[in-house]
Ligand binder design. Structure first.
Ligand code: XCC
Ligand code: SF4
Length: 635
């Protein structure tokens, strides 16, 4: 794949890829080429390295071994491999959630003054859910609440409190199937236990345990992360911003925040406005300090502060290759190990900040809640000092930048649709019931160099909105569509079907709503629960005319998200390659067919974005029919 048009549809990325080629700098696309052909056993899920009698592999053509040394067959091996990925994804989101709760407890104890309680109403609502008297002073509520939230992770008895947010019927189904999530850590540990050599050999049971673990992420770790971040960092409200590599500025000190946990980047935002640091930047010849984000950290600071987004997952290397980045500070998750080498080709300083995620030889400025602001200032100072080392001749910032609107939450959807004084989901439900809207879609997830960058996200989303499906987005998917101009209200006129257009114009929203980072997929679950509560669209999440999709996924976290969507009743389409399960026909059939009858949601795999959209639309239409709703208004 030497042709940049095949690598990405994004013009800014294409431009930097050309630069990389000219300067012989290798990126993920080149490394993917070096990996060809990728391991066929791995792709099929038929390689097992779980014990030291192996590694074993099953011959997919039925000519060699049919079972591993222990006797495990293709179904067991593929299901165990998949289940382990669910556990890892759940761990990542949930560990993030736990760290945020720790910050809340430090705030409550008065051990940090860098953060506060910014959304008191949300704090009180959460307190009530956890049976805490919401009339107490907010510090005391925070103290009690953080204790209860931490207990959700280590809980030994009972179920996760947030399960109660799901419709009654869903809760009952989870109970019946024995997949109601209990303690978050417990679900991860139990899933890992059952996948070790010689424990669970029933692929269906492994998937059930996997779903319970995934639910402990969606309705546990991720939901906690979202809600507590809103409490200590403030709940997002609709906000304008800019996106793509063009947000990097020629004469400014450019600092890129990358990763997932916003507690640090929040301080970077604050420090970038520090007058002394600004003065220092000017002394060093810069016009100012410019902060931009990559991946989900970007989404977090965009949603709360309108900080520009430099790009999504596949643009992390490209941002550095512009030659204009003084510092890239990273926290956890989705940070390519290749960054170190790319940074070495330029003056860019890579800085790690989390003890969980380090690179050998890379500057590490440990970030702790107690020294948060100081650490952020120190990093920005380093960036300012590095400005002089920039080689101006090697700077090449693409011009492309696009406007977007972000900051939609489940609460905001209440307000914008129902009005500030009569916040309600009724107008949304009525729009679906009347057929003005066909339904809803959640389109989420990563980039993957196996697919033309951003093409799957945007082609799919365009097809959905053309068919009057309101799209809710998070993660790198939202960034992809934002770059193509789909996240501005004006996009409704150009791309949306007439019904969706009417709604967007009436309330002034884009046809594609940006709900935040990947842990904020929990906002989609909560919004869907409100829809059921409002009435008229069935009794369970699986009744809603809605579907989910991760068109360019790569991370284990995407698999976990897929599973908690499916286990919540959502029909979910995955692009790229399937979950490495094709080596087991039984398992693949189970995921794509039988699961639908068990949990109401199931998986579908496709490698064509238009087909994916059509699959989703067909599903939405089927649900409309089951609810006996009117015909879609403008077909
Ligand atoms: Fe990572 Fe969250 Fe995927 Fe993007 S979408 S590549 S997980 S940053 Ni979450
Ligand atoms: Fe082989 Fe079984 Fe060990 Fe896996 S668990 S490596 S299949 S012997």
């Amino acid at each position: 794949m030497s042709n940049v048009e095949q690598k990405s549809i994004d013009l800014a990325s294409q431009e930097v890829l050309k630069k990389a080629q000219a300067e012989n700098i290798k990126t993920a696309w080149d490394r993917l080429e070096l990996q060809q052909p990728q391991c066929g056993f791995g792709q099929l899920g038929l390689c097992c390295t779980i014990c030291n009698m192996g590694p074993c592999r099953i011959d997919p053509f039925g000519e060699g071994a049919e079972v591993g040394v222990c006797g495990a067959n293709a179904d067991t091996i593929a299901a165990r491999n998949l289940a382990r990925k669910i556990a890892v994804g759940a761990s990542a989101h949930s560990d993030h959630g736990r760290d945020v709760v720790h910050t809340l407890s430090l705030v409550a104890e008065g051990h940090t003054h860098d953060y506060g309680i910014l959304d008191v109403e949300k704090l009180k609502n959460l307190a009530q859910e956890f049976g805490i008297d919401a009339n107490k002073p907010k510090e005391q509520i925070s103290r009690e609440l953080s204790k209860k939230l931490l207990e959700e992770f280590g809980k030994q008895e009972g179920e996760l409190v947030f399960c109660k947010r799901a419709p009654k019927k869903r809760q009952a189904l989870w109970k019946k199937l024995g997949i109601t999530p209990r303690g978050i850590d417990r679900e991860v540990v139990e899933l890992l236990h059952t996948t070790t050599m010689g424990v669970d050999n029933d692929y269906k049971n492994l998937i059930a345990t996997g779903m319970r673990c995934a639910l402990s992420d969606g309705w546990g770790g991720s939901m906690i992360a979202t809600d507590v971040q809103d409490i200590i960092l403030g709940s997002p409200t609709p906000i304008r911003g800019k996106v793509n590599l063009g947000v990097l500025k020629e004469n400014y000190v450019n600092i890129v925040v990358h990763g997932h946990e916003p507690v640090l980047s929040e301080m970077a935002v604050k420090a970038s406005l520090d007058l002394q640091l600004l003065k220092l930047a000017k002394e060093k010849g810069a016009e100012g300090i410019n902060l931009a984000g990559i991946c989900c950290t970007a989404n977090e600071v965009l949603m709360r502060h309108g900080i520009p987004v430099a790009g999504n997952f596949l643009q992390q290397e490209l941002a550095i290759i512009t030659g204009a980045v003084e510092v890239m500070m990273v926290d956890v998750q989705c940070i390519m190990p290749a960054l170190q080498e790319i940074a070495n080709c330029f003056h860019t300083k890579l800085i790690t900040t989390n003890s969980k995620a380090r690179f050998p030889g890379v500057t590490h400025i440990e970030f702790q809640t107690k020294n948060a602001y100081e650490a952020a200032k120190q990093i920005i100072k380093l960036a300012i000092e590095n400005f002089a080392n920039r080689n101006k001749e090697r700077v090449n910032i693409p011009k492309q930048e696009m406007d977007l609107v972000a900051g939609f939450t489940k609460e905001i959807i209440f307000q914008i649709l129902g009005g500030r004084y009569r916040a309600t989901y009724k107008p949304l439900n009525e729009a679906i019931i009347s057929g003005r809207l066909r339904g809803l879609a959640g389109v989420v997830g990563c980039n993957n160099p196996k697919q033309t960058h951003d093409y799957f996200h945007t082609a799919l989303v365009k097809e959905l909105i053309k068919n009057d499906v309101l799209v809710l987005q998070t993660g790198c998917s939202a960034i992809a569509c934002a770059k193509q101009g789909l996240l501005i209200p004006e996009a409704a006129k150009t791309y949306a079907g007439r019904g969706l257009q009417e709604i967007c114009e009436a309330v002034g929203i884009p046809p594609v709503l940006h709900l935040g980072s990947c842990v904020d997929n929990s906002r989609i679950l909560s919004a869907a629960s409100y829809i059921i509560e409002e009435g008229g669209l069935g009794e369970d999440l699986s009744d809603i005319p809605a579907a989910g999709c991760a068109p360019e996924w790569m991370s284990e976290k995407a698999i976990t998200i897929g599973f908690y969507f499916v286990a919540s009743g959502v029909y979910t389409v995955f692009g790229a390659s399937p979950f490495s399960t094709l080596g087991s026909k039984n398992l693949t059939d189970y995921l794509t067919k039988e699961l639908g009858e068990i949990v109401g949601g199931r998986f579908e795999f496709s490698d064509d974005p238009i087909k994916m959209a059509q699959l989703m639309i067909n599903h939405i239409d089927k649900k409309r029919k089951a609810l006996k709703l009117k015909q879609v208004m403008y077909e």
